[in-house]
Design a protein around this ligand. Sequence first.
Ligand SMILES: [Zn+2]
Length: 341
Amino acid sequence: MKFEANLKETVVLDPKNKTTRAIPSEIRKDPLTGRTARICHFMKLKWEKPDFEKMTAGTEKTCPFCPDKVLSITPYFAEDLIPEGRLISGDMVLFPNIAPYDSLGAVATFGSRHYIPMTEITPELIVKGFLLAFDFFKRVESLKHPESVYHIINWNYMPASGSSLIHPHLQVFSTSSAPNLMRQELEAAKKYYEANGTNFWDDLVKSEESENKRFLGRTGRTSWLSSYAPIGVAGDVLGVVDGVNSTLGLTKKDLSDIALGLTKAMTAYDRLGIYSFNMNFFTGAAGDDFTRFHILFSPRTFFNQALGTPDVGALRNLFNETLCMAFPEDIRDMLAPDFKP
Ligand SMILES: [Zn+2]
């Protein structure tokens, strides 16, 4: 496994005595896609958390996912897809996404509680939400729907992540159109398989475990890593499921293991003052033996909380060039205690 980095240095002069100071930065290459990520802007990964009571107060009044509104406001699916209109599991509800970005999109609420602090999100709650999404995927699959190719769950938690609502919920969709980064990964993993005769993700996990610089631990057959070339400004946590190529290949045990790993990442990042994240499924289509199902957890924050400055600027938004403000190896050390078995 090749982990390439281009080390750079910026020299600046002190305005008073003209002494020089060298500031390092690093441009890393993702070992699969070649996508570059800059390790720079070094700072202590520590943020002040806001007053959550003040932040969330009153937001339940207009919240469409709260129990007094969710069943009267949210739409039904077409009868040929979900004849009963919506999928329900206890107090969790899955309904069509009213702002669709693909033909088979759904939103699943995490139940009746309007605000769930990140550290109170339990593995059981996540599994219950995932299983509701899987009910949707299985319906789509049983209809042999042309969009039943990639089954994806995305999660934007709290506003810094791009969520417009406090009420926790999942984005759930089945699509034949792989999103950019997932498609690039699939193409690169296929090429890697053809060139090397091995699965990139299996090789990555093996290499990361033996190098032990970014390896976090395992839950069941899911291996957790601090990404070598992260997308998030505070690093990314990557979970790779051994032996599984696509979402529908995950067992209930896998979902519990994934959920457990996610809550470990949440607990660890909470200590740094992070309270928002993105999480995406990355899946192959059934039979894509060259890939492995993986999940990416990426903490989100503000560059300036008081001004509401997002952690995505021109470099990231228009060049898709990412910044990470600490070395992923140091981030691993910060997160590792939570991943101890
Ligand atoms: Zn609500």
